[in-house]
Design a protein around this ligand. Structure first.
Ligand code: SF4
Length: 229
């Protein structure tokens, strides 16, 4: 079965996501893998801090090996992922993902907010919220979504709580469906979220981080060639 990770579907470039669903593993250098390891440790301390600050936390410990996995079946495959936690206070249940950042990324995130500056995070938590709330009207549900941002340089942390965005969910499911059913490599385009003013252009930073460019599978986007192979 073809699978798109919830942490991946928010990446702007649909070609990149399509390549990963075809089993072409992305490669990461040693330093990037160490950054991932550090992120897992930061998650552990962030849960401790949240509890100290009065939040009830259901923590889905274990990152990619965590016990609780969510899935959204689609034609031709599914969206799948492990949410970090559900946090609860004052009767509100919030699906939260913990993100560790360096000082520069933390400031950028705080200045613009998750929707403007980290849209992929917002997409990820909305997919989780959808997967939880679709299961049953009487079972577990979440009221909101949140990003818990941790500055790993200073140990500051901030929670941005956001409304669930039905339009983001609808368009993300359309995007996933399109990728799962694309018979050949799609063009170098993104996915528009018109209600947020997000166009279908692939930002150039995507190619800088893309394994498929390093592997020579795609030459990346040059200005004006977003729709070309
Ligand atoms: S190099 Fe750029 S355009 Fe090509 S798959 Fe990667 S992100 Fe997409």
């Amino acid at each position: 079965m073809r699978v798109i990770r919830a942490s991946k579907i928010g990446f702007p470039c649909i070609r990149n996501i399509w390549l990963s669903t075809m089993g072409l593993e992305e490669t990461f250098d040693k330093k990037t893998l160490r950054i991932f390891d550090l992120g897992n440790l930061v998650e552990q301390v962030a849960v401790k801090w949240l509890r100290e600050d009065g939040w009830d936390v259901y923590w889905n410990e274990g990152s990619q090996d965590a016990e609780w996995e969510l899935n959204v079946p689609l034609q031709g495959g599914e969206l799948r992922g492990h949410p970090d936690c559900i946090i609860e206070k004052d009767g509100q249940r919030i699906l939260a993902d913990i993100k560790s950042m360096n000082s520069r990324a933390y400031k950028h995130w705080l200045d613009g907010g998750t929707i403007d500056n980290k849209l992929s995070y917002f997409i990820q938590v909305n997919v989780y919220a959808y997967a939880i709330n679709r299961q049953t009207s009487t079972g577990p549900h979440v009221d909101k979504v949140a990003i818990v941002g941790v500055n790993k340089d200073t140990s500051d942390y901030t929670i941005e709580v956001l409304d669930i965005d039905e339009e983001i969910i609808k368009e993300t499911l359309n995007k996933a469906q399109f990728i799962l059913n694309a018979p050949t490599m799609p063009p170098k385009i993104g996915w528009a979220f018109n209600h947020l003013g997000v166009s279908n252009e692939v930002p150039s930073w995507c190619c800088s981080y893309c394994s498929y460019k390093r592997l020579g599978i795609c030459d990346g986007v040059k200005k004006g060639d977003e729709n070309n192979d």
